[in-house]
Design a protein around this ligand. Sequence first.
Ligand code: MN
Length: 239
Amino acid sequence: MNKRTFLKNTAVLGAGGLILPHVHLFANENSFSNADDSVFKQNELGYAFNALEPNIDATTMEIHYTKHHSAYTKNLNTMVKENNVAEKDIIKIFKGISKLPVGIRNNGGGFYNHNLFWEIMAPNAGGEPSGELAKAIDRDLGSFSKFKEDFSKAASTRFGSGWAWLIVNNKKLAISSTPNQDNPWMDVAEVKGTPIFAIDVWEHAYYLKYQNRRADYIGAFWNVVNWKRVGENYQKALV
Ligand code: MN
């Protein structure tokens, strides 16, 4: 048996709950943690690290995806195993997150929030939403320009690290923000709902290019919003 096959078999046995002494020999290797049997996986980025230049620089994107998001995902997979969390639907986990260790809240949020963040951005994007989403923004949030202003304010005034959100709650749109890696699915969130759009305002999301100028990063972010995807998220959230 070669090493690759051995690791794969070991991982399967480990997930099945058998205690084997040699499991621990490999538990700290990247090849084990990123094994294909991980329950939670990072979404493909869908574009190159430099695709959002000059609004978001390539180095920030690469570190953000391959280090920060990767670590949240890896830690989440480890922690659900360690705590015998059998639930594989992250949203169901969030709905009872207050009863689980804080590490699952932080890393689970980090895993889910970034998967949403990557998909609501795209190269050659920006502009304004259209269709049902555009109508709903006018209806529930005043107008697109008022929405931009209020969402930017939620993002810029979030103290420390966190996120700003566009959510659907009772079929209506609302803006909210959360600290750390919390999100609106969590039972601990002040404002709950289905997130369809978000901005990461942790310093790791902008500091290399914008340093302390969070407002400049938020301003540039509007140039890379994938409104087509946000519109699809809105439709799904209504069901
Ligand atoms: Mn981040």
